[in-house]
Design a protein around this ligand. Sequence first.
Ligand SMILES: C[S@@+](CC[C@H](N)C(=O)[O-])C[C@H]1O[C@@H](n2cnc3c(N)ncnc32)[C@H](O)[C@@H]1O
Length: 235
Amino acid sequence: MSGTPDFFYREAQRLGYVARSAFKLLQIQKQYKIITPGSSVLDLGCAPGAWLQVACQNLGPLGKGGVVVGIDVKKVKVPSMHCDERVTTVCADVMNLPREQVRALSPQQKGFSVVLSDMCPLVSGITTRDAALSAELGMRAIDLAVGKAAHDRTVNNAFEEVQSDGSGSSLGIDGVLQPGGHLIIKLLESEDVKEFSQICKPIFRKASWLRPKATRSCSREIYLICQGFQYRVRE
Ligand SMILES: C[S@@+](CC[C@H](N)C(=O)[O-])C[C@H]1O[C@@H](n2cnc3c(N)ncnc32)[C@H](O)[C@@H]1O
């Protein structure tokens, strides 16, 4: 980056966000209304905490409930601005964290209504290597969120849509995303990203790509926005 702080950096400072990345989730939120009052949000790769702030702001008043749980390999102090007691963080490597342990972090262990992944590797500058690492993190986010539904997609005809009972566990759902829930994944553009929409399109009501305005022009990042998890189980 050049020495001059850019528009989004200055705006983040002015509005009390800990990073300019806040504007990416703000744009996603404005366009797709992913987080609603009372949502239970899992934020993978949450440091330094700007998405925690935006997520908490969208939970509405305290009385509406909801939670935001952030996970990062870095220790994260919950920002004092725009966050309240509904926000907590855990220091862990998402690549090695069992799904059951993540589910245990959700309210009544019923899973989350929104899973966000802004995880990215330490960028080496070697385009193919960075994209491959980012794809690994993205796959892990899908696997955590939807579990075996990601692998069952090829036999969709033998599947029947089921109603949400709030938890999904009695329906054999082994991911942490609740039926009807939303998933956002950051990736670095490459040939591999096609596979992500191939996995997500059949199991979500809608899956679309977005390159937020706050993304730096030199960055290859792109977000897959998946709305309305439609889990299907074998009869
Ligand atoms: C772009 S930053 C996230 C910014 C954050 N959304 C915000 O607005 O403050 C990407 C984060 O992903 C985290 N990360 C990368 N690999 C991870 C892993 N395996 N487990 C947990 N966090 C990881 C990094 O430590 C880094 O903090």
